[in-house]
Design a protein around this ligand. Structure first.
Ligand code: M6R
Length: 611
């Protein structure tokens, strides 16, 4: 987490860095800082608080300053405070560093450096880096950085400057993302692509174990042995406008509203709407390889994990194969049983989530093929997996994932249909019929986003916003979506929410259902509809306040609920793609009514690049 930026060029560095930091604020927002080089001196501005607070602190005439580094923090070691904010400086105040990642052996290194006379001013792990670089400095920042990093265990994307070497930025990467943007007589460094989009779409994506020396006129990339590395320039497909709020009060609302388009883009070229035929030509599997798969393991975190839960239902059903879904943070430490004919599907919006990457590497080390589903072209996940399916959602900036989730679901459906035909588990007629249903989805989502439906969701959110607890229930696919509904609500509105398989309530949780407690029941699966309604009656008997989400036509459920939201008719198999949308909006409106920081919820960050 944390966002880092660097600039060397001819523009006002303060403005470029502030703009970049604002674009990266979703990576962390508890403190911010900047080191600017002015007349041969390093000027440091930093403190707890958001980037707008930092802007007020930079009280220098920065017009002449065209070189510097910046940081937005998500605290890991040391609480958010002025001292713990980055950049951190060497004792001599000539070297400054910003860092994203965790230095695992920092306590040992700190002890050793303190014994050697270095004074530490913060509680952070990062500060050891700058003292180490100072310790080894003999006139070459790159060289001292390389020597310092040889002693470091952990993850880092870091940027260093020194007033002894004005105009030179040095950066390095291991297990935390870093991109270098290429301009005309100016170059940029950032944790993530959105920070660069208004300046350039031509980038180098650093790999683990690479370092770079960046000036206004050039970029030189090296490995950790100091050997020069040749890299291809990568052209980014996103444009700057996509990463703007575009008149919406929050990125989250904009991203919810973009979902019909995001789903269309994800289907484009993979589904023929007329014939319903699915073809994932970007996959390198032969039919024989698809047929030989014996088991699928889905690994992911957070919302992507919830997409995986839906994936389990649909892949098992259509492929008749066992599918396990694991939280990547559990998978990596539980010695999973992986066999050569298994397939691991790693899902991640950012493609940079540390636990998901570790799960991918574990599978690859065991010789198991990994298929990545990710939204970011050029991300580590996309580069390290054997096969990739991109979700074409465009940049997702709000911390709460919405359009990425929906496009992950769509991609899993495409995968299920493509593989099911290859494994001869469904006929091409059945696949065509399902494919046609898939092609209706963007219009159906649009219908759900129409003003009429929104009014209903807003009204319900007003009630929900007054509550401190909420429960989501459902069976089968509805249960998987209930998990995501509950996460959405808690992460942005801070209302305590739990999701349960509807049939499980009476095994414990029913004890928490009292008068007026909101229960949101997902009842879209026709084959278990009456069972779900029985569970709704159980909570109704305890005076819960009930909202039912069901398919148009199921009017008979009305007598069991205080409110009903009807979803446009679609084959049962695809309802998760529709059900998720009102759940996102209800959470959004509830958070808005409660005055929460919707795009940047407390304690969270978008891209979890540390364990
Ligand atoms: O980038 P990823 O999809 O790997 O991120 C995984 C989770 O960190 C992410 O989905 C998180 O749970 C979101 N805040 C949920 O809205």
């Amino acid at each position: 987490m944390c966002g880092i930026v660097g600039y060397a060029g001819w523009q006002n560095a303060k403005s470029v860095l502030l703009e970049g930091l604002k674009k990266l604020e979703y990576r962390g927002y508890d403190s911010a800082g900047m080191a600017l080089m002015l007349s041969g001196d390093l000027k440091i501005f930093k403190g707890a608080g958001e980037i707008c607070d930092l802007e007020d602190k930079i009280n220098l005439d920065s017009k002449e300053c065209s070189f510097g580094i910046g940081h937005t923090r998500w605290a890991t070691h040391g609480r958010p405070s002025d001292e713990n904010a980055h950049p951190h400086c060497s004792c001599c105040n000539k070297i400054a560093i910003v860092h994203n990642g965790i230095i695992e052996n920092y306590q040992h290194l700190r002890g050793w450096l303190e014994e050697s006379g270095h004074r530490f001013l913060s509680e952070t792990d990062t500060e050891v880096l700058v003292h180490l670089v100072e310790h080894y400095y003999t006139g070459n920042l790159m060289e001292s950085m390389r020597r310092a990093l040889a002693l470091v265990e952990g993850s880092y994307a870091l940027l260093a400057v020194s007033s002894w070497e004005e105009g030179h930025l040095v950066c390095a990467r291991k297990d935390s993302p870093l991109v270098i943007g290429l301009g005309e007589q100016e170059n940029f460094i950032a944790s993530d692509i959105p920070a660069l989009l208004s300046h350039t779409r031509r980038v180098y994506i650093l790999d683990d174990g690479e370092m770079a020396a960046v000036t206004s006129s050039g970029v030189k990339i090296y490995n950790m042995r100091g050997e020069s590395v040749d890299k291809d320039i990568f052209e980014i497909g996103w444009d700057a406008v996509e990463a703007e709020r575009g008149g919406y009060p929050h990125f989250m609302l904009k991203e919810i509203m973009e979902q019909p388009q995001a789903v269309r883009e994800t289907l484009r070229g993979r589904l023929d709407a007329d014939t319903g035929r699915v073809k994932l030509s970007e996959l390198k599997f032969t039919p024989a390889e698809i047929q030989s798969i014996e088991k699928i393991h889905i690994v992911a975190c957070g919302t992507a994990y919830h997409a995986g839960l839906v994936g389990k239902y649909i892949l098992e059903k259509k492929l008749q194969l066992p599918v396990e879904v694991d939280l990547a943070s559990e998978f990596r430490y539980r010695e999973p049983l992986l066999a050569p004919r298994d397939l691991v599907v790693a899902i991640s919006q950012s493609g940079e989530t540390a636990d998901t990457l570790a799960a991918l590497r574990l599978a690859r080390d065991k010789g198991v093929r990994v298929l990545a589903i990710t939204n970011v072209v050029g991300s580590t996940l996309s580069r390290e997996a054997n096969d990739v399916l991109f979700t074409w959602a465009g940049p997702e900036i709000a911390v709460a994932s919405t359009k990425a989730y929906l496009t992950q679901l769509v991609t899993l459906y495409l995968l299920a249909l493509d593989f099911a035909v290859a494994r001869e588990r469904i006929t091409s007629e059945e696949s065509a019929e399902l494919g046609r249903n898939l092609s209706f989805l963007p219009d159906k989502i649009e219908e759900l986003l129409s003003t009429n439906s929104l009014n209903k969701m807003q009204t319900y959110a007003q009630k929900l916003a007054r509550s401190e607890n909420a429960f989501f229930i459902g069976r089968n696919l509805d249960f998987a979506v209930a998990m995501e509904g509950s996460l959405k609500l808690k992460e942005i509105s801070y209302i305590h929410a739990e999701a349960h398989a509807a049939g499980e309530l009476k095994h414990g949780t029913l004890a928490l259902i009292t008068e007026g407690v909101p229960v949101i029941a997902l009842a879209t699966q026709q084959h278990v509809l009456e069972k779900t309604i029985s569970n709704v009656q159980e909570v109704k008997a305890r005076d819960a306040d009930i909202l039912i989400l069901t398919m148009t036509g199921n009017d008979h459920v009305e007598k069991h609920a205080h409110e009903v939201i009807y979803l446009p008719a679609i084959n049962d198999f695809f309802t998760p793609i529709l059900t998720a949308v009102p759940l996102q909006l209800i959470s959004y409106y509830a958070a808005e009514i409660r005055g929460c920081s919707i795009d940047k919820p407390r304690n969270l960050a978008k891209s979890v690049t540390v364990e």
